[in-house]
Design a protein around this ligand. Structure first.
Ligand SMILES: *[C@@H]1O[C@H](CO)[C@@H](O)[C@H](O)[C@H]1NC(C)=O
Ligand SMILES: *[C@@H]1O[C@H](CO)[C@@H](O)[C@H](O)[C@H]1NC(C)=O
Ligand SMILES: *[C@@H]1O[C@H](CO)[C@@H](O)[C@H](O)[C@H]1NC(C)=O
Ligand SMILES: *[C@@H]1O[C@H](CO)[C@@H](O)[C@H](O)[C@H]1NC(C)=O
Ligand SMILES: *[C@@H]1O[C@H](CO)[C@@H](O)[C@H](O)[C@H]1NC(C)=O
Ligand SMILES: *[C@@H]1O[C@H](CO)[C@@H](O)[C@H](O)[C@H]1NC(C)=O
Ligand SMILES: *[C@@H]1O[C@H](CO)[C@@H](O)[C@H](O)[C@H]1NC(C)=O
Ligand SMILES: *[C@@H]1O[C@H](CO)[C@@H](O)[C@H](O)[C@H]1NC(C)=O
Length: 808
């Protein structure tokens, strides 16, 4: 009885202590499991938590004033406590220890110095410090958690090395969302040659920042102008570090290493949605991944393929290089000749190469730097260390140049690459004719443009101003009209090598205009059935549509009976080239797929509702979704779209166009189309993205129906996730995945009026509310219709192409 009374007293004492928030403990006190220390301003709390299973207890720091527990630091990462007897204490020496069962130590700090009155305090920055009770100056902290980070970068943390003590602050990701033990993704400052911020996976380099150039890291892209945080880099004889500050102290922002996604992410708390919003994640594109193009390769994510050799270099293994295996990298096209003199080619706006084999001098100027490089036969490149104030300092590289990334805008810095004198001469010789040709071309172009405008103005004068058709036509022509010759030149005379694919109405070619801009040219087949009117229709439509999830039309070309459309070029090709490709499918993780899905939905909503016109796409499918360099989806191919007047929602056509397998039954069977037929196609696209299987091909795989039927029967059996690709189930967010399967089934319901509109689809995808139950989907494709009106007597059920259309 007495014993229980004793326990009750203890509990009372603990509770009375917990009721007043404190941020400090001294050696006479302790912090048992169940209690927390809260920082002075209430931002952070220190206490025990369980990330996954309740059986593992960890001591950690988390954001105190948001409902979503977000842990930023963990003490006993590798040593979880298996019960609730954990206690944190500070010893008289200033050492902090985490004990279980009152005795066993599972973690302790390595405080060596000692003071009279040590205290342990959690600060409002999220830093846990041990200091002298009477001295709060940061220089005199005996120990601080900011020096022993886990996976999270908080503002004010130094990322770097103290050269006096050898302290190296290294971050490492949690192994998993429920396991804080260190994963193999790490992050820190490295001092080889010249300091850089480097992430590694295991021992291999994964992401490099490039050298600090006085203003920024040369591999950072536009980070300086972000609204959330600013940063600085400090290098002196005592310490070298990178540090971030909040621009607005009341914003919450954290950087974190994510093991599952192999990403460095930065999140900002959004008080309205009460969620963490992703601000940036690295790598931004494949070119950020270390050494992707091999030695002496350059990587430009706007090019296809992204890897190419530096000027003066050629692939080491040409066959492998051509089949996108870049590991061999590039070698000098002409061997260097150190004695008889080499020269340098200037490479603009790049991330500086790996500095492992480099040498620097902070005071040397660029001219002396060049001389220094020339004087050593193994020197391969040089540049300024600091590009501010006109440039100063010298960095030179020896041997292979690894991990260069090409930027388009103002990022990166110039790098001078050593090539043989003969290479330089060749370049000079080649250059002159090119310059001449360019000048002539520009002059000629100018003359042509002037002529063109004169002519069209005269045309306009000749014709009746009241003629509406002509007014429209004139409007169209505000679009760039390219000469046939320009396009022929850009596509290398429609060379087969530049062919990107075969669209509904003809082949699509990649081209490069003389100004370097990459384009995609849709060359409409002469017998495509798309006459002048349809052509004009498409040009008119697309030119008026501007949305980040729609492919942008840049111009057109009419040449005799030849018609072409010029679009922005999408380096990553089409969505179905990813989801149906065994190797590429893994590139598109669930979170990326979800982003793609939401992007398509927004693009479609714009077409249906928000654009000036009401447009039904009528041929939505994976091959019509293109991906830009950052994997943003863009809907393409509006050739079959129809314009509607304001309130007309349904129409009838006797010319069914589209692709079987994506068409809504009412459209395929009766030619009835509405925005809801697009919703149906969207539902199928969604299922394909989730399953990695083609709706049409599925028919083959399993004699009994198509993908929708399959998904529907799994849904009815209560196993909806079985329709998803295993790799997505293993790595993706299951609740999102489930929600998307649910939404897809709502979209493919048989009755158009039951299908949600695109605006509800977007709400459903983004909210967490309950969704209505789906009804019978429309997978029974009016077989009678096809059988009765079969085109040549042998309808193949899996891939019927209807009258005028040609499936891709
Ligand atoms: C908890 O861990 C201790 C050692 O740290 C061990 O002796 C004990 O058996 C464990 N208890 C359980 C329930 O696993
Ligand atoms: C913990 O240790 C203290 C002092 O060593 C002792 O007085 C106390 O009884 C112990 N408590 C338990 C639950 O073992
Ligand atoms: C304490 O120091 C030892 C040896 O230097 C090291 O192995 C251990 O990881 C350190 N512990 C902490 C918590 O820093
Ligand atoms: C990694 O990132 C994904 C996507 O942002 C997120 O869902 C997941 O929770 C993150 N994992 C960890 C361990 O932070
Ligand atoms: C800082 O952020 C808070 C909360 O988001 C906002 O209310 C305040 O206006 C911001 N202050 C400045 C100077 O931008
Ligand atoms: C590689 O491709 C280029 C251009 O596409 C071609 O000129 C060259 O012959 C190819 N080389 C090999 C070895 O296939
Ligand atoms: C750096 O360059 C300056 C000027 O050229 C020279 O005086 C100095 O000795 C160099 N320092 C080193 C370490 O080479
Ligand atoms: C050239 O640089 C390399 C690497 O720093 C060095 O080992 C070598 O001695 C230098 N050679 C000359 C001639 O300076």
């Amino acid at each position: 009885m007495g014993f229980y009374f004793y326990i009750a007293c203890c509990v009372l004492i603990i509770f009375s202590k917990a009721s007043t928030a404190i941020d400090t403990i001294s050696p006479s006190e302790s912090l048992p499991d169940g209690r927390t220390l809260v920082s002075n301003g209430g931002s952070f709390a220190l206490g025990f938590f369980s990330p996954g299973t309740p059986k593992n207890r960890y001591l950690g720091i988390w954001y105190n004033n948001i409902p979503m527990q977000t842990v930023v630091w963990v003490a006993n990462r590798v040593n979880p406590i298996n019960d609730s007897t954990g206690v944190l204490k500070i010893e008289n020496s200033g050492k902090i220890v985490l004990q279980v069962q009152n005795s066993t130590s599972v973690w302790s700090s390595n405080t060596t110095a000692s003071v009279q009155n040590p205290v342990l305090q959690i600060l409002d920055s999220g830093n846990l410090v041990v200091r002298d009770g009477r001295d709060s100056s940061p220089e005199n902290y005996l120990w601080q958690s900011f020096d022993h980070p886990s996976d999270t970068m908080l503002p004010g943390m130094k990322i770097g090395i103290d050269l006096r003590t050898g302290l190296d602050r290294k971050f490492s990701a949690w192994k998993n969302w429920d396991d804080p033990s260190p994963g193999d993704l790490t992050f820190g400052l490295e001092l080889e040659g010249k300091p850089e911020v480097v992430s590694r996976r295991g021992s291999a380099k994964y992401l490099r920042s490039g050298l600090w150039n006085g203003n920024d890291f040369s591999g950072h892209r536009n980070l300086r102008w972000n609204p959330i945080f600013d940063y600085d880099f400090v290098s002196n004889e005592n310490e070298v570090y990178y540090i971030q500050f909040l621009r607005n102290k009341s914003v919450m922002s954290r950087g974190v290493l994510n093991q599952t996604e192999s990403l460095r992410q930065r999140f900002t708390w959004n008080p309205e949605t009460q969620t963490w919003q992703l601000l940036i994640s690295m790598p931004i594109d494949n070119c950020d991944k270390y050494g992707i193009c091999g030695p002496n390769g350059n990587c430009d994510s706007n090019k296809l393929p992204a890897c190419y050799c530096l000027t003066g270099f050629k692939p080491k293994w040409p066959e492998r290089w051509n089949s996108s295996d870049w590991t061999g990298g590039c070698i000098h096209s002409k061997p260097l000749n150190c004695e008889s003199g080499d020269g340098f080619i200037r490479l603009r706006r790049v991330k500086t190469p790996d500095p492992t084999n480099s040498w620097i001098n902070e005071t040397m100027n660029l001219k002396d730097c060049r001389v220094k490089c020339l004087s050593n036969c193994s020197c391969t490149a040089y540049t300024n260390l600091d590009i501010t104030k006109g440039g100063s300092g010298c960095a030179i590289w020896f041997g292979d140049l690894i991990d260069i990334k090409q930027f388009q805008s103002n990022d990166g810095q110039d790098l001078y690459i050593r090539v043989s004198a003969s290479e330089l001469k060749k370049k000079d010789k080649v250059n002159l004719p090119i310059i001449l040709a360019t000048v002539i071309a520009v002059l000629l172009g100018f003359v042509l443009v002037v002529c063109y405008f004169r002519r069209s103005r005269r045309k306009l004068k000749d014709k009746s101003v009241n003629d509406k058709e002509n007014k429209d036509e004139n409007e169209d022509m505000e679009l760039a009209v390219l000469e046939f010759g320009t396009i022929a030149q850009a596509t290398d005379n429609f060379s087969i090598r530049n062919k990107l694919g075969e669209g509904g109405f003809g082949p699509v070619y990649k081209g490069i205009l003389s100004n370097g801009q990459e384009i995609a040219v849709k060359r409409l087949s002469k017998n495509s059935g798309q006459g002048v009117n349809e052509f004009k229709n498409e040009v008119k439509l697309i030119a008026k549509l501007q949305h980040r999830n729609l492919v942008k039309l840049l111009g057109c070309c009419i040449h005799g009976d030849e018609r072409m459309l010029v679009y922005e070029y999408m380096p990553n090709g089409s969505l179905d080239s990813f989801i149906f490709d065994q190797t590429k499918t893994k590139i598109l993780t669930w979170s990326e797929r979800f982003r793609v899905i939401c992007g398509i939905a927004r693009g479609l909503l714009y077409l249906h509702q928000d654009s000036r016109l009401r447009i039904i796409h009528r041929d939505l499918k994976g091959s019509n979704i293109l991906l830009d360099s950052e994997m943003n989806p863009k809907i393409s191919d509006f050739g079959m779209a129809r314009t509607f007047g304001g309130d007309q929602t349904e129409a009838n056509t006797n010319r069914v166009v589209g692709t079987y397998g994506y068409m809504a039954p009412e459209y395929a069977c009766y030619g009835l189309f509405s925005v809801k037929s697009d919703v149906f196609s969207f539902g199928i696209l969604l299922l394909e993205v989730i399953s990695g299987m083609k709706n049409r091909r599925f028919y083959h795989a399993n004699g009994s129906g198509n993908l929708i039927e399959h998904a529907w029967s799994l849904w009815k059996e209560g196993k909806p996730l079985d329709v998803a690709d295993d790799f997505l189930v293993e790595t993706g967010d299951l609740s999102e995945l489930l929600r998307c399967i649910h939404v897809s089934l709502l979209c493919v319901q048989h009755h158009p009026q039951e299908r949600p509109s695109m605006s509800s689809v977007i709400v459903m995808l983004e909210s967490r509310n309950d969704l209505p139950s789906p009804q019978q989907p429309g997978f029974l494709f009016c077989k009678k219709y096809f059988e009765a009106d079969s085109f040549d007597g042998t309808p193949s059920k899996n891939e019927v192409t209807l009258s005028l259309l040609q499936a891709r």
